[in-house]
Design a protein around this ligand. Structure first.
Ligand code: FAD
Ligand code: ZN
Length: 469
């Protein structure tokens, strides 16, 4: 099929306004959020519903053309960016943005893949419910992207990651067939749980077009505090004490290093230091029934004891929703601040929680010995064993020289992660960025099982080729 013929067929499905071919129109879709991956495409197609996605896929399959699904394009691994050959069709899900249904008694919401996460949270809120997935990109990432990367965020400790929030999916398979698996069941033992294949698959097994997701009661109250601690070891001990003291009320437990906080204070207008200097910080949030005052009291009692025992050196307990928001902004703006500071090398790792301190000690030492002046920007979801263990260039260094070190830096970090029983991706996925790294750390048997699944669903390898595998 010629290029003109392909475009003509796509236009017949979605209309000329929704087949973008001009370079300027396609440009925002062809570079990732971090500016690390630049791709090319025949066109960007913007279908409006599941039937149109299926029709677009069938046309591409008939033409033997690769397809790259894309959501909000906030991903960190180049998974939603096509390669530079210009052979692929990029399929944007942005127009599939309807809330199809809310079943309050079943605590479920059925949404289309292109729903922006924040809009989905809002729709749940309007129905008196909580959709707890929460991340700093929520104003632009889409639920289809969240599902395809099995996104985490800051409330996983309490509610689980995207996988755990999902009950059903609708997927356009790589041959254009539509699988309707939109069941809102909490229990369903009728064979393989097929939806799990597509969650975290980074668009390599099909295009998610809709999902049934879990909702929760809106918490009546929250209590938020910022603590000063002396090490990641102290953070892990404190997490365990907090869990013993407040149980399931613990919603978030976020570790922030002094270097990470320093970048936020430097680059984010209005950011204020919450406490005097400390090498490490912990942001904790409780949520639950009862009043704000009651919950704050629970946290206050815990903090008093922790101060007395020396587990923390200082703490500030937010006295208002506004103050809590300001504390959260210090944590949530770290990625943004690091981006303003210059290029960064990112590691999105997970470890058994018990080994976080050991990891940071070993990796800090190895990196500082090998790369004098390197700045370690460590922060993340200590309650999930998930660290964003990033590096910024030395103050006086050059971006290009620093980024050239990425393979050596990542090798050191990932080898230590692997030795300690961890994973090289906790949240962001593999994409193009860690495709080769994956081969080093997954067993040949695991890789072969993944390839077998890929071949079974996508024998021609047209669905997001070159990603993950
Ligand atoms: P995209 O970037 O568009 O795509 C991501 C992958 O999903 C690609 O492989 C793409 O092909 C595929 N895809 C997208 N939509 C579909 C679909 N409908 N069907 C099939 N495949 C599809 N991530 C976290 O997990 N936790 C965080 O706390 C977090 N914080 C972030 C903070 C910032 C400031 C930024 C910029 C990003 C952050 N991320 C975080 C990363 C990113 O936001 C998530 O990976 C998010 O889930 C990606 O969603 P998206 O819609 O932008 O997907
Ligand atoms: Zn994260």
């Amino acid at each position: 099929m010629s290029q003109a013929n392909l475009i003509e067929q796509l236009v017949a499905i979605v209309g000329a306004a929704n087949v973008l071919t001009a370079a300027a129109d396609m440009a925002p879709h062809l570079v990732d959020w971090r500016g690390r991956y630049h791709g090319a495409a025949r066109c960007v197609v913007r279908p409006a519903n599941t039937e149109d996605v299926a029709a677009v896929v069938r046309v591409c399959v008939q033409a033997g053309v690769a397809m790259v699904p894309q959501g909000g394009n906030t991903g960190h691994c180049g998974a939603g960016i096509p390669d530079q050959s210009g052979e692929a069709v990029l399929i944007s899900l942005a127009r599939l943005n309807r809330v199809r249904a809310i079943d309050v008694a079943n605590n479920t919401i059925t949404v289309e893949a292109g729903c922006v996460l924040q809009a989905l949270q809002h729709a749940a809120f309007e129905a008196g419910r909580l959709f707890p997935l929460s991340l700093a990109a929520q104003g632009s990432c889409q639920i289809g992207g969240n599902l395809s990367t099995n996104a985490g965020g800051v409330q996983v400790l309490r509610y689980g990651n995207t996988r755990e929030l999902t009950l059903g999916l609708e997927v356009v398979l790589p041959d254009g067939e539509v699988w309707n698996g939109l069941r809102g069941l909490r229990k369903d033992n009728t064979g393989y749980d097929l939806k799990q294949l597509f969650i975290g698959a980074e668009g390599t097994l099909g295009i998610i077009t809709a999902a049934v997701l879990k909702l929760f009661p809106l918490p009546a109250a929250t209590a938020t505090a910022w603590l000063a601690i002396d090490s990641p070891h102290a953070a892990v001990r404190l997490l365990s004490d907090l869990q013993a003291a407040v149980g399931a009320m613990l919603t978030a437990c976020e570790l922030v290093s002094d270097v990470s906080l320093g970048l936020v204070l430097k680059h984010i207008p209005g950011a204020q230091p919450p406490l005097a200097d400390s090498p490490w910080h912990l942001l904790v949030e409780l949520s639950g029934a009862g009043g704000e005052g009651e919950l704050r009291k629970v946290l206050e009692v815990f903090l008093e004891q922790a101060l007395e025992s020396g587990a923390i050196s200082d703490a500030v307990l937010a006295q208002s929703g506004e103050q809590a928001k300001r504390l959260w902004a210090l944590r949530e703006n770290i990625s943004e601040a690091q981006k303003i500071e210059g290029v960064s090398i990112k590691h999105d790792i997970s470890l058994p929680i018990s080994r976080i301190g050991e990891f940071i000690d070993a990796a800090d030492l190895a990196l500082k010995q090998n790369f004098p002046g390197i700045r370690i920007v460590a922060f993340g979801h200590v309650g999930d064993g998930n660290l964003h263990y990033n590096q910024s260039k030395p103050e006086s260094g050059e971006n290009a020289a620093f980024i050239a070190l990425q393979p050596q830096v990542s090798r050191i970090v990932h080898d230590i992660v692997h030795q300690l029983g961890g994973s090289i991706s906790a949240e962001h996925g593999i994409g193009q960025l860690k495709r080769e790294e994956l081969l080093r750390y997954k067993s040949p048997l695991e890789m072969e099982m993944m390839r077998t699944i890929k071949r079974a669903l996508d024998p021609r390898g047209l669905m997001n080729p070159g990603k993950v595998l």
